[in-house]
Design a protein around this ligand. Structure first.
Ligand SMILES: Nc1ncnc2c1ncn2[C@@H]1O[C@H](COP(=O)(O)OP(=O)(O)O)[C@@H](O)[C@H]1O
Ligand SMILES: [Mg+2]
Length: 263
């Protein structure tokens, strides 16, 4: 147990935690504060959605939490491991062993088959897939008869299911997904979301998903809302309507009345 004051005392360690995280891009007049003091924890075995308007800092937060980008100030932990202060080699190693990724653009290698794509992160890490787990994952994503196809021979939904399988095969401590359904039609998107939902429910996977879609967020257990780089609200057991309602009432400049209400 550490005593770093981020909730490891008297409670289970969070899968991921952030304490007063700031991210400032550029300098002088071109300076942008993308994250302005984010403090939060993402519980193990939970599916969390990060929502907010375009430019609110969702992708920046995800990249910082996943060790793909460094913070300007503050602390991030993956489990009990502090990311802050790690060099590139250490971060790469940590990402390989503890983190899975699903991106909007699928990011599959075009020259590899579906199966080879799924197994690539494990083979880079010098690990072998557990055959039973491989079987389970491939069956649940419904790709058993597509294993020897290349990405161009697969639909968008199938490609994203390959990416999901790839992320899950390594049994990472946490999977980060950035707009995983952003390039899919609603039916293929629903398949991917149901699969992510089930991996949390059936296998205790931890998932943190960035989305701007209230329907996608409704598959999560918990939603946190960003506006202007700050965490401004959260919601448990979300429905799409409740998420939409929260988004409408976020503390944004365009939601402020132009004048004082008349009494
Ligand atoms: N590499 C970068 N350089 C400069 N500004 C950036 C960079 N990445 C993001 N930003 C800015 O940071 C803010 C948050 O961006 P981002 O995290 O991509 O928001 P979101 O994912 O919510 O749309 C925006 O104002 C964006 O223009
Ligand atoms: Mg983004």
């Amino acid at each position: 147990m550490s005593d770093d004051g981020i909730g490891t005392v008297g409670a289970a360690t969070a899968a991921v935690s952030a304490v007063d995280v700031w991210k400032v891009y550029g300098s002088g007049e071109a300076q942008v504060t993308a994250l302005a003091g984010i403090t939060t924890r993402f519980e193990k075995g939970r599916f969390t959605a990060i929502m907010g308007p375009s430019g609110s800092g969702k992708s920046t937060l995800m990249h910082c939490l996943a060790g793909l980008d460094t913070v300007s100030r503050g602390m991030i932990h993956i489990g009990e491991t502090p990311l802050t202060g790690m060099n590139d080699t250490q971060l790469t190693k940590l990402r390989r062993s503890k983190i899975g990724f699903i991106f909007q653009q699928f990011n599959l290698l075009p020259t590899l088959t579906a199966e080879e794509n799924m197994l690539l992160p494990l083979s880079i890490a010098g690990r072998k897939a557990d055959p039973a787990w491989f079987e389970t994952i491939v069956t649940t994503v419904g790709l058993k008869d597509r294993l020897h196809h290349r990405p161009t021979q697969l639909s968008g939904g199938q490609q994203q299911r390959v990416a999901c399988a790839r992320a899950l095969l390594a049994r990472p401590d946490v999977i980060f997904a950035d707009e995983p359904t952003g390039n899919l039609d609603s039916r293929a998107g629903a398949d991917v979301l149901a699969f992510l939902r089930n991996s949390v429910h059936d296998h205790g996977q931890t998932i943190i998903m960035v989305t701007h879609d209230p329907v996608a967020a409704s598959y999560a257990d918990h939603v946190v809302f960003l506006a202007d780089g700050r965490m401004v609200d959260e919601l448990s057991a979300p429905t799409a309507d409740a998420v939409l309602d929260k988004l409408k009432h976020l503390d944004l400049p365009e939601n402020q009345p132009d004048t004082e209400p008349v009494r």
